[in-house]
Design a binder for this molecule. Structure first.
Ligand code: SF4
Length: 73
């Protein structure tokens, strides 16, 4: 499986690499950036539609991973 051609420039991928202790980010990389759902990446779709990437915390699924870090009240 080829890597996503935006890997070197992708802010989400960089954050995932900076937080390798976060399993959920590693899974995203495995499934999207280096895996079978690469062409279904929300960030790619967003870039095509808007001409630029979404904020770095928007994951390839389209969910903001920072939301996972919030503790439910
Ligand atoms: S998050 Fe999307 S655009 Fe970024 S490297 Fe992964 S597959 Fe490519």
């Amino acid at each position: 499986m080829n890597e996503c051609k935006y890997l070197k420039f992708c802010a989400f991928f960089k954050e995932a690499k900076d937080h390798e202790d976060m399993d959920v980010l590693n899974e995203y990389v495995k499934v999207f950036c280096r895996g079978p759902l690469q062409k279904k990446c929300y960030r790619l779709d967003f870039m095509k539609k808007h001409g630029g990437p979404p904020k770095s915390s928007i994951s390839p699924s389209g969910l903001d991973y920072l939301e996972y870090l919030k503790i439910p009240s």
